[in-house]
Design a binder for this molecule. Sequence first.
Ligand code: BG6
Ligand code: MG
Length: 218
Amino acid sequence: MTTKAVIFDVDGVLVRTDAMHERAWRALAEREGLPFPDGLPDKLRGVSRERSLELLLGSANDRYTNEQRVELMHYKNELFLAEVRAMTPADVLPGVRELIAELKNAGIKLAAASASRNARRGLDRTDLASSLDAIIDGNDAPLAKPNPQCFLLTAQALGVAPTNCMVVEDAPAGVDAAINAGMVVVGVGPCESDPRVAVGAPSLVEISAQALGWPSRL
Ligand code: BG6
Ligand code: MG
């Protein structure tokens, strides 16, 4: 298989917005007097705003009306956006700019695909958007990961067949989505040791185009 494009997840892969999502959910939990167990942050990675709220509420789901849930998500989103508005190029995660430069030199198409409806804002604030050939966010792809929609739409936007795309993910739901799209996956952070990934590493610092065996191995 020839890989012609690399599709990066955004939150926790390209930019530090994973920590911002977590802080905002944590603040909402505190406001509501809800527990925020240690394992929850990783479960919230990559899943939609609505599903995140369900996971946070757990058995308390029944205590809230639909209107109240909308308000809870609005509160969380406003906290998150306040952090996004303060983002600078320093919020790009380590290793990202180097890998993007190497892949560009190798003639690989580059894109971002995110479940977040706010993904473009972070990419604009950090100047990463201008390095990418396509960006698909949660507005473009309403079917959240693990549905493969965002990755398939990204491949289409790039004009590359799904089987010629490689995805970089930090979330199990994202790994599922990429595999459902027929794409090879590189796992970082919590997905480093996921048995389904072709290559795993703690972060993109450890992943170079050469380490991926570019272009012949994947
Ligand atoms: C994903 C994040 O990229 O987007 C999740 O990993 C987040 O944490 C999801 O919940 C939806 O984001 P948003 O900004 O549309 O609420
Ligand atoms: Mg992510």
